[in-house]
Design a binder for this molecule. Sequence first.
Ligand code: TXA
Ligand code: MG
Length: 320
Amino acid sequence: MTSRAETRPSIVPADEAGIARAADLLKRGGLVALPTETVYGLAARASDGAAVARIFAAKARPRFNPLIVHLPDLHAVDRHVALPPAARTLVDRHWPGPLTLVAPKRPTAPVADLASAGLDTLAVRVPAHPVTRAVLRALGEGVVAPSANRSGRTSPTTAEHVAEDLKADVDLILDGGPCRHGLESTIIGFLGDGAPRMLRPGAIARAEIEDVLGPLAGATGAVAAPGMTTKHYAPQTPIRLNARKPETGEAFLAFGDAPPHDGAVANLSPTQDLAEAATNLFAMMRMLDAAGAARIAVAPIPETGLGEAINDRLRRAAAP
Ligand code: TXA
Ligand code: MG
């Protein structure tokens, strides 16, 4: 009989030995959770169909929802997708970093069909986190890496979050500390007519993208990322948005001043700094979810800058 402790995946520091072990496991078809600058990802070798299939199983992720391929540099990206010229100016500015592009997939892209859910487009990203980059270097090829949570649940921003959620379904968790941005990458699609569209708001604010590309088409509608289902990022506790103050029995997720409250309170940013709020969002949602309140009341967040992505996640978490 195995104890509960033994059924949990091992969490190891993201040092040289941990990175070497991660790369070795990936080579052999393993699943490794690793830190990125956005959230923790659940990585598998992108060209290994069986390993990619294990990701869908571990996350209970619908097979129609494609994955992002994480690559070391633009040279590798060019072997996977055909980027239009406008995309190049964007990646000059934002790669390595929390930007994902969706573009026509090259027929020769070294990626299992399941990774792109059979689509003729592919999502690619060049991450900035030194641990992600070191693993990619040691492996010598790309990995698919969805957020390391069960499908539909809150994304993990620490190694502990991953362990809580995925338990025995992952071979190794590399602990690189809490993630800097705390929100997933911004996804820009260059599809069909080649006009850029925002498929998912994320860690790079719209204005920083539009600064390079001009006005973008919206995130909603038929072209949105297949994974952007209405209910997502959800804790178990119901959520009430735009709450000026908490009611009895509620936990409160504050932004700015927090009124005195006889219940659990977490403050996304006492100084109303949206970058700080983004970094704290998922961890605080998990914390309040564990507080056993009847509901989580969430203070209003402005829709400006990173507020667009924060409100996107909150609305999906609150969806019935
Ligand atoms: O920051 C991030 O992007 C994190 C870290 C780990 O890199 N990853 C992440 O992956 O958020 P995931 O699988 O949780 O979200 C990927 C999103 C999904 O909404 C999916 O539908 C969309 O990207 N996507 C992937 N390939 C696509 C494609 N070919 N066309 C449109 N959307 C795509
Ligand atoms: Mg996700």
